[in-house]
Ligand binder design. Sequence first.
Ligand code: ADP
Ligand code: MG
Length: 321
Amino acid sequence: MADSEFSIIQRYFAHQPGQRRDVLLGIGDDAALLSVPAGQALVVTLDTLVCGTHFLASAPPDSIGHKALAVNLSDLAAMGAEPAWVTLALTLPKVDQHWLDGFCHGFFSLAAQHNVTLVGGDTTSGPLAISVQAHGFAPPLQTLRRSAARPGDCIFVTGTPGDAGLALAVAAKRQAVATEHHTHIQNRLDRPQPRIRQGLDLRGIASAAIDISDGLAQDLGHILTASHCGASLYLAQLPYSAALTTLAPDTAAQLALSGGDDYELCFTVPPHQISRLYERAAAWDCRCTEIGVIERQPGLRCYRPDGTVSTLDMRGYEHFT
Ligand code: ADP
Ligand code: MG
């Protein structure tokens, strides 16, 4: 597909308004030339979305473009990095202009919101798959690593986890849902908002952070493993959306703990930093909720409102307990 490969690149990717000035050479040569600010570490992450695994072939192309970028920016957010550049590897079964228009609209709208420039990539034919590599900057000593949580640190979460898992559950059951709730949960699944602002605000405040792609309990488990500690979570403190409490009153905790795809941040904060956290979080466009505490004893304990340990279906996070 030699001809169409080059025409796709020219038509869809080569011309971006508002390129960053640190892009010395962008799309069009054998590689991009990029200038990393002095004193900053380059923070690099890559995620792939495969049709049939991460999204359905029938998914709106606009949401696929948005999400392919969003999941990568979410990883930068979880490191406390400021996003700058992305590369895009696109494998397409055929040249579908309607699909490419929609994909680019979703992708470049989100890129513009975060001052991100696409600086290169690869275009091939084959089963539909999208890989995005995102590059950002952070002062090396202020990055948010999974390994630095300490006993006594409080555990927080942004937003309202469980909404994306609820959208999948509702679709699987073909459950009839009021329009306002349907719009909310579908948006949360299709158009996650990477918590970039929050990650930057957590520099110098959070001891550890992770973004929630596989469920709050499982992803918190990665912090616990890397930090060699355990935690208690208090189910009564979990922040639920109105859609979650209305549509899934009996399974809200389950969805919040083990539903994936939320792309919220879970992070830990030493007690003496909590007032600074709340000062910054007052300006956030999402909730910031304390849900538990890091402890020396390994494993994750989830407490019900009456103080007993929950026997919730532990499948999502069994191997961390
Ligand atoms: P090469 O053969 O030297 O690897 P390509 O023909 O693959 O170069 O790509 C030509 C230029 O277009 C390169 O700058 C490459 O980074 C860019 N490019 C190719 N595909 C994409 C894409 N999907 N998105 C952004 N840039 C792309
Ligand atoms: Mg080349």
